[in-house]
Design a binder for this molecule. Structure first.
Ligand code: GDP
Ligand code: IMO
Ligand code: MG
Length: 422
C-alpha cells in the first residue's frame, strides 16, 4: 500500500499515536498533515512514555523519514522544545522534514486564543490554548506568516502589517500591551536559523518519493467529531481531522489514497466543552477516567467519559470511508458487569433520525442503549484475539455489525505488544 491515512473518528484521543507507532515499521515515511500543537499523541515503548504534539509519532524509528506537511500550523517555541525533550530520552530519531509553507503560530495567536475564550465566558469552547483558532483564521483570511516568510527581505514589513491589526485588537478590545514588531522579528530570525536544515517543499518530496515506490503513513490529529464541517459545531477545532484533509494538508490527491484506517475507542471521551449525549457523570465514568488514564496529553485536563455512541461514530465514519477500524482501550472496560452502547436517540419521547445540527439539540438527546454483558478478566496479558473473553468478542462483533466496517486490530494496552490482530 503506498498511501495509508489514519484518522480518529471520535473527539480525539482515540489512541492514534499508539497505532501510528505500531503501523510505522511497514512504511517509509510518516506525515502529519493537519492541526498543530493542540494534538497530543502518546507512544509508550518499553515503559517509556513519549508525547508528540507537532512531531509525527513515527519519530522513534531512526530509519524512517517524518514529515510535517503544509497543513500543520507550527509553533516555533513548541517545536524547539519538543525536539529537545524527545532527543533527551532518545537521541537517535527519524529524519525530520518540514514544509516551508507551514503557517506559524505566534505568541499573539496563543494570547488571543486565551483572551477569546475568556471573552466567551460561560460559552467558552474549552480550547487547548495553543492558538489554533486564531492562526487558522489568519491563514484563511490570508494574513498569516509562513515559514518561507522568515527568509524574505520583506519580513519586517509583513510583521508590521500583521501586528498593526493584531495590536489594535489587543489594545482597543482587550486592553493588553501591544507586541513590538522588532522583538517578534528577532525571535523569528532565531527560529529561521534553527528550522532551515529541515525545510523542503513537502508536497514535491512526497510526490517524488511516491513515484519511486515509497509507502507513506498519514497521521491524522484530532478526530472527525471535532471537524468544523461535520463535527459538533461550534465545539470543534479549526482544522479538518478528516481523511480527505490529506489532499489539502499534504498535497496527496484523493486518488492516491490506497487505504484509510479509522481509530475508535471502546468508549467515548471528550476534553473541553460541547455536547456529549452518552456522558457518564457517575462512578462508571470516573472508573473509565481512572482506568483509562483519561487526562489530556496536551493540557492535563480530565477527559469526560461515556458510553460508545454508535450514531455519532457512524456519522463521522461515513464521511471518512475507512477500509478498516482499530478499536483501542478495550482493556479499560474490564470489570464492568454490563456495558451500554448507544444505538439511537430520543427527543421528547420520540425517536429521532440522524444527528441534530444544533449542539444544544444534540445535548438534549436521550440515548437509546443496547445493554450487553461485560467481562471481569484483565485483558493486557492476552496476545491472541481468540483468547479474549467471549463477551468482549461479542462487544467487538456488535460494533462491527452496526458500523459495517471490519475491526482489524484491537488494542488492549498502550505498549507496542498490546495489539491483537484479527
Ligand atoms: P491520540 O491523541 O489519539 O494519539 O491519543 P492520546 O495519546 O491523547 O490518548 C490515548 C491514551 O491512551 C494514551 O495515554 C495512550 O498511551 C493510551 N492508550 C492507547 N491505547 C491504549 C489501550 O489500548 N489501552 C490502554 N489502557 N491505554 C491505551
Ligand atoms: P489529538 O490529536 C482531543 C479539542 C479541544 C477543544 C476543541 C478546540 O490528541 O486527538 P483547539 O485548541 O483545537 O482550538 O480546541 O478541540 N481538541 C482536542 N481534543 N484531542 C485532540 O487532539 C484535540 N485537539 C483539539 O479540547 O474542545
Ligand atoms: Mg491526544
Amino acid at each position: 500500500m503506498s498511501v495509508t491515512v489514519l484518522v480518529g473518528l471520535g473527539w480525539g484521543d482515540e489512541g492514534k499515536g499508539r497505532v501510528i507507532d505500531f503501523l510505522a515499521p511497514a512504511y517509509h515515511i510518516i506525515v502529519r498533515f493537519n492541526g498543530g500543537a493542540n494534538a497530543g499523541h502518546t507512544v509508550v515503548v518499553d515503559g517509556v512514555t513519549f508525547r508528540f504534539h507537532l512531531l509525527p509519532s513515527g519519530m522513534l524509528y531512526p530509519e524512517k523519514t517524518c514529515v510535517i506537511a503544509h497543513g500543520v500550523v507550527l509553533d516555533p517555541a513548541r517545536l524547539v522544545e519538543e525536539l529537545a525533550e524527545v532527543r533527551r530520552t532518545k537521541p537517535n530519531l527519524a529524519r525530520l522534514l518540514i514544509s516551508d509553507r507551514c503557517h506559524l503560530v505566534l505568541p499573539v495567536h496563543k494570547q488571543l486564543d486565551l483572551l477569546e475564550e475568556a471573552f466567551r465566558g460561560g460559552g467558552k469552547l474549552g480550547t487547548t490554548g495553543q492558538g489554533i483558532g486564531p492562526v487558522y483564521e489568519d491563514k484563511v483570511s490570508r494574513k498569516g506568516i509562513r515559514i518561507c516568510d522568515l527568509y524574505s527581505p520583506l519580513l519586517l514589513e509583513k510583521i508590521e502589517l500583521f501586528l498593526a491589526e493584531k495590536n489594535k485588537i489587543l489594545v482597543d478590545i482587550y486592553k493588553e500591551e501591544p507586541v513590538n514588531p522588532r522583538s517578534l522579528q528577532q525571535q523569528l530570525l532565531t527560529f529561521a536559523q534553527f528550522v532551515q536544515p529541515f525545510l523542503v517543499d513537502t508536497l514535491l518530496f512526497l510526490q517524488e518519493r511516491l513515484n519511486h515506490g515509497a509507502s507513506i503513513l498519514m497521521e491524522g490529529a484530532q478526530g472527525a467529531l471535532l471537524d468544523h464541517e461535520i463535527g459538533t459545531y461550534p465545539f470543534v477545532t479549526s482544522t479538518s481531522p478528516m481523511a480527505g484533509m490529506v489532499s489539502l494538508g499534504a498535497g496527496i490527491g484523493p486518488k492516491q489514497i490506497d487505504r484509510i484506517v479509522g481509530v475508535v475507542k471502546a468508549y467515548a471521551t471528550r476534553v473541553g466543552t460541547g455536547p456529549f449525549p452518552t456522558e457518564l457523570r457517575n462512578e462508571i465514568g470516573e472508573g473509565m477516567r481512572q482506568r483509562g488514564r483519561e487526562f489530556g496529553t496536551t493540557t492535563g485536563r480530565p477527559r469526560r467519559c461515556g458510553w460508545f455512541d454508535l450514531p455519532l461514530i457512524q456519522y463521522a465514519l461515513s464521511a471518512n470511508s475507512p477500509d478498516e477500524l482499530v478499536l483501542t482501550k478495550l482493556d479499560v472496560l474490564s470489570g464492568l458487569e454490563h456495558l451500554q452502547v448507544c444505538v439511537g436517540y430520543h427527543k421528547s419521547n420520540l425517536p429521532i433520525k440522524g444527528i441534530p445540527a444544533l449542539a444544544e439539540e444534540l445535548d438534549q438527546c436521550i440515548p437509546v442503549y443496547q445493554t450487553m454483558p461485560g467481562w471481569r478478566e484483565e485483558l493486557s496479558g492476552i496476545r491472541r484475539l481468540t483468547d479474549l473473553p467471549k463477551n468482549a468478542i461479542q462487544f467487538i462483533h456488535f460494533l462491527e455489525s452496526y458500523l459495517k466496517v471490519p475491526i482489524r486490530s484491537v488494542s488492549i494496552g498502550p505498549q507496542r505488544e498490546e495489539m491483537l490482530l484479527v
